[in-house]
Design a protein around this ligand. Structure first.
Ligand code: GRF
Length: 207
């Protein structure tokens, strides 16, 4: 990472509407996070994240993954990322498995948010998986990215109670509100050098 008062260089990978990206970008604009978002890479044309980045004057690179062999796509992605020299890579609704080449290029420098309390309900549609299972408590998790699917060391979690009159949709909305709180917070902690990883455990130096 950069020196103590230097801005952390953040690259964002997104595939969809980009609300988590917006939450982080707004926290950066407010000065809550001492960072600069240097690039948003999007693998899906037309994704909301593209427009949101442009509106904020942040450089966007469309790197279409559809039809591209995974190996080739990941090599291109590593190149694009290396070119912008990020200290941190933030996955914000990035709907692709991050290949080993990418992880090896940025070890413990990639973070993700997952809409369930890991290790429960990894993978797609986590909110619905939890709802259908009948859990009383679910939530969201920010974690470092390793080679597994949603298996990396956990940075922050926030719980959300399931109410009797919830649907998977109403529950997802309340989880999203918490996502927008803990993701910028986790990014801030990273940028301030307050995260220490020991094996699977992430220790947070409190403010
Ligand atoms: C969020 O629910 C996040 O937890 C998951 O994908 C969704 C992305 O939403 N990884 P958005 O694009 O950030 O609005």
């Amino acid at each position: 990472m950069s020196g103590k008062n230097e801005k952390t260089r953040i690259a964002v990978l997104a595939s969809g509407r980009g609300s988590n990206f917006v939450a982080i970008a707004d926290a950066v604009s407010r000065g809550d996070i001492n960072a600069e978002i240097v690039l948003v890479v999007c693998n899906k044309p037309g994704a909301g994240a593209i427009e949101a980045a442009r509106e904020r004057g942040i450089e966007v690179k469309l790197l279409e993954s559809r039809g591209a062999p995974a190996g080739e796509y990941n090599e291109k992605l590593v190149q694009v990322l290396k070119d912008c020299r990020p200290d941190l890579v933030v996955l914000a609704g990035y709907m692709k498995i991050v290949g080993k080449t990418v992880i090896d290029a940025f070890p413990m420098r990639i973070v993700n948010i997952h809409p369930a309390l890991l290790p429960s309900f990894p993978g797609l549609n986590a909110q619905k998986q939890a709802f259908d299972y009948g859990v009383k408590v679910t939530g969201c998790t920010v974690h470092f990215v390793d080679e597994g699917v949603d298996t990396g060391p956990i940075i922050l979690q926030r719980s959300v109670l399931v109410e009797d009159d919830d649907t998977a949709e109403t529950l997802s909305k309340r989880i999203l509100v918490e996502e927008h709180r803990i993701y910028p917070e986790a990014v801030r902690l990273f940028c301030e050098g307050k995260l220490r990883v020991e094996g699977r455990r992430v220790f947070i130096e409190r403010d």
